[in-house]
Design a binder for this molecule. Structure first.
Ligand SMILES: [Zn+2]
Length: 430
C-alpha cells in the first residue's frame, strides 16, 4: 500500500474486487422506497467496504482497480443483501403436521382434536415443549440449516428472537444459540430477548412476570446476549401495562425495545411503541390510522410480514398502503417460525406486492434498507461508498423479476463483507 506510485495514483484506495457492467445496481441510497437505480454500473470493493459505485469512469477515477478480482455482472442486477429484521429462527422440531391439517380444516378446535388423536400437541406450546427437549447442538444445527437457506436466498443480516424457552435456562440457551450462529455463519445475527413471547404452562402469570424482570433480563444483560428486547402485546398475551414494565426494565439494562403489536387485536401496543420510541413495531394488522401517523412522527419503523399473514390465513391483512401514506418507514421480514417456515425475502416481497399493493421498488427498499433501519443499523442496506459490502447479484436483467418469478430464487451470488459466500451461478450441466 505504501509503495511509491510513479503515476501519482497513491491517494486512490486499491480495490480488491470489482463488479463490472451490472445491468442494474439498486443503491437504495436515498429516502424511503427509492431504489436508486443505476444502469451499466460498476462497484469497487476494498476489504469489507464498498469503495465506489457508479459509471466505469467514475469508479476508476475514485479507486485503483488494477489487479482487483473481477465479477462480470452483464445482464444481471446487484442489490444490497437482504436484512431480515424479524425472525424466530431458533426452535425445536417443526409443526408440519399441524400446518398440513389446517389446509383442509379451518376450525382450530378440529385441528387440535385431529392431532391429539395422533398424540401431537398444537400451537406455540408444542414448540416450547420440543425446544426445551433439544440439546444446544440440536438447536444450533437446525437453526444453522435454516440460516443457510436464508443466505442462499440473499439474506446477509438476520435478527433472531428467543421466546420458545419461556424459562430462564432455556431462554438463555436460545440466545447463546444466536451467538453461536453468528460466529459460525457468514450472516450477521442480531439477538432479541423475547421471554415475553407467551406464558409458560408451568408457572403462574405474576410469577413469570417477576421472573422476566428480576431474573431473565439482568442475566441476559450481564451476559451481553441481546441487543433488543421484545414483547407480544395483544389480547390473550401481555397487556400494554405489562409490556411497558418489561420493556422499561430491558431498556435500563441496555436492550432497545421492539414490540409484537396489534397482530390479533388493538389493546394499545402500537401506542406504546410510539410513546417509548421503540426501534420497531411489528405486525400492525389492527393498528388505527391515527397511530400510524404517530409512529411515523416518532420515527418507529414498522415491520410487516406478509408470509406470516399468508401462513395463518390472517382474517385482517395489514394495510401497507395506509402506513406508507401516513409517512411510516417500513421493513419487510420473513417472521420465520414453526407456524410460518419462510426463509426467503424474495417470497415475502412477491406477497407484499401482489397482496398488499406495494410496488417492486418499495418491496426491495423495505427488504434491504428498511430492514437495516428496523435494527438501528446504519452501516448496511444500501450500495454506497463506506457501507459494508453486503451484496447480492441476481441472474435476471431487471429487478422486477424478483417479484415476478414466483417461488424461485433469482440469486446467483451473495457477498458478505466483500467476500463471495454463495455462488449459484454455475447451473447444473453448465
Ligand atoms: Zn414474531
Amino acid at each position: 500500500m505504501s509503495q511509491a506510485d510513479p503515476t501519482g495514483d497513491s491517494a486512490r484506495p486499491r480495490a480488491d474486487l470489482v463488479i463490472r457492467d451490472a445491468s442494474q445496481v439498486l443503491t437504495c441510497a436515498g429516502v424511503p422506497y427509492e431504489v436508486g437505480l443505476l444502469e451499466n454500473a460498476w462497484i469497487a470493493l476494498a476489504g469489507e467496504i464498498i469503495a465506489a459505485v457508479g459509471s466505469r469512469e467514475a469508479v476508476e477515477a475514485a479507486v485503483d482497480c488494477a489487479g482487483a478480482e473481477v465479477i462480470d455482472a452483464r445482464g444481471r442486477v446487484v442489490a444490497p443483501g437482504f436484512v431480515d429484521s424479524h425472525t424466530h429462527l431458533v426452535f425445536g422440531g417443526s409443526r408440519v403436521e399441524e400446518y398440513a391439517a389446517k389446509m383442509t380444516a379451518s376450525d382450530p378446535a378440529a385441528v387440535r382434536a385431529m392431532l391429539e388423536e395422533r398424540g401431537l400437541k398444537t400451537g406455540p406450546m408444542a414448540t416450547v415443549e420440543r425446544t426445551r427437549a433439544c440439546s444446544a447442538a440440536e438447536l444450533l444445527d437446525s437453526a444453522a440449516a435454516r440460516l443457510a437457506g436464508m443466505l442462499a436466498s440473499g439474506t446477509t443480516t438476520v435478527e433472531s428472537k428467543s421466546g420458545y424457552g419461556l424459562s430462564t435456562e432455556s431462554e438463555l440457551l436460545l440466545l447463546e444459540t444466536n451467538r453461536a450462529l453468528c460466529q459460525s455463519s457468514p450472516v450477521d445475527v442480531l439477538s432479541t430477548f423475547l421471554g415475553a413471547h407467551g406464558f409458560p404452562e408451568d408457572m403462574a402469570r405474576d410469577a413469570y412476570l417477576g421472573c422476566l424482570i428480576d431474573d431473565m433480563i439482568p442475566r441476559v444483560a450481564a451476559a451481553g446476549l441481546a441487543e433488543f428486547a421484545d414483547v407480544w402485546c395483544d389480547d390473550g398475551y401481555y397487556t400494554a401495562a405489562e409490556s411497558r414494565r418489561i420493556l422499561v426494565a430491558a431498556r435500563e439494562a441496555g436492550m432497545e425495545p421492539k414490540i409484537h403489536a396489534d397482530a390479533y387485536s388493538y389493546i394499545g401496543a402500537s401506542d406504546l411503541a410510539a410513546d417509548m420510541g421503540a426501534v420497531s413495531v411489528d405486525h400492525l394488522n389492527y393498528t388505527p390510522r391515527s397511530v400510524m401517523g404517530a409512529l411515523a412522527e416518532a420515527g418507529v419503523v414498522g415491520v410487516i410480514m406478509p408470509a406470516l399473514d399468508f401462513a395463518v390465513k390472517h382474517p385482517r391483512p395489514f394495510d401497507a398502503r395506509a402506513m406508507i401514506e401516513e409517512g411510516m418507514t417500513l421493513a419487510l421480514a420473513t417472521d420465520i417460525c414453526p407456524g410460518c417456515w419462510a426463509e426467503s425475502q424474495q417470497f415475502v416481497m412477491a406477497l407484499a406486492c401482489r397482496s398488499y399493493a406495494m410496488s417492486a421498488s418499495e418491496a426491495v427498499w423495505a427488504a434491504t434498507r428498511g430492514g437495516a433501519h428496523a435494527l438501528g443499523l446504519h452501516d448496511r442496506g444500501s450500495v454506497t461508498p463506506g457501507q459494508l459490502a453486503d451484496l447480492q447479484i441476481w441472474g435476471v436483467p431487471t429487478f422486477e423479476h424478483v417479484i415476478y418469478r414466483l417461488g424461485g430464487n433469482v440469486v446467483d451470488q451473495v457477498l458478505k463483507r466483500g467476500r463471495v459466500v454463495v455462488d449459484r451461478a454455475l447451473k447444473a450441466g453448465g
